[in-house]
Design a protein around this ligand. Structure first.
Ligand code: CA
Length: 228
């Protein structure tokens, strides 16, 4: 059973999210602040964290960064108050897998959670024990770890899915839509900019100069290609 941690200071919203997710068969634990959220995340090992941005004390972006520094693979969906691109992008830069803007309806919330749940499960299924080695890079599908020059590079679950797609399709241009379908699922209802943000974040992690990428190259008018 997928366990979801809700981090939200407003009780009415927290209860609304909890009731709806429990109706969909998820196990739910709650926290009313970022600090409490981190503590419960350590104790309860949630699969997915639904994380409000505006929190008293440490904010959602900081919580997101700290969750990412934990050993365990956790899916993170940021909940933004405003419908502004900049908030969404900042949340994604902090390492979240997706975002949802308040106010949202229960159906949209469920779709986002299920889409991320599928991605996390797919990463598990992809653990077929194979290793892909390409030049300086090694992707170990058994441990779901990624290395450059034998140094592990921390990837979010979403970045990991994107890397598998690139390394299994080396030298082939992959469109944004193909990346969206393969990684986020065909029912993804968000903005395709999410692909670009993830690519940018991947480049800062693996390229020597992310503005002049040697590996993840842009194919103008199409999408991206892995070259090495
Ligand atoms: Ca809040």
């Amino acid at each position: 059973m997928t366990k979801i941690l809700i981090v939200e200071d407003e009780e009415t919203i927290r209860k609304f999210e909890k009731v709806n997710l429990e109706m969909e068969g998820f196990q739910v634990v709650e926290a009313a602040s970022g600090e409490e959220g981190l503590e419960i995340a350590r104790k309860e090992n949630p699969d997915i964290v639904l994380l409000d941005v505006m929190l008293p004390g440490i904010d959602g972006f900081q919580v997101c960064r700290q969750l990412r520094s934990m050993e365990r693979e956790i899916g993170i969906i940021m909940v933004t108050a405003k419908n502004q691109d900049i908030d969404k992008i900042e949340g994604l830069e902090a390492g979240s897998d997706d975002y949802i803007s308040k106010p949202f309806n229960p159906r949209e919330l469920t779709l986002r959670i299920k889409s991320l749940e599928r991605r996390l499960n797919k990463n598990q299924e992809l653990s077929d024990g194979k290793q892909i080695e390409v030049g300086k890079f090694k992707l170990d599908k058994a441990s779901r770890k990624f290395y450059k020059d034998n140094v592990e590079i921390d990837l979010t679950p979403t970045e990991y899915s994107v890397m598998v797609l690139f390394l299994e399709n080396q030298g082939e241009a992959i469109s944004r839509d193909e990346i969206l379908d393969a990684v986020w699922g065909e029912d993804f209802i968000g903005d395709s900019k999410i692909v670009d943000v993830n690519i940018r974040r991947l480049r800062t992690k693996i390229e020597a100069d992310s503005s002049k990428p040697d590996y993840i190259k842009t194919v103008w008018g199409v999408g991206y290609i892995w070259e090495s």
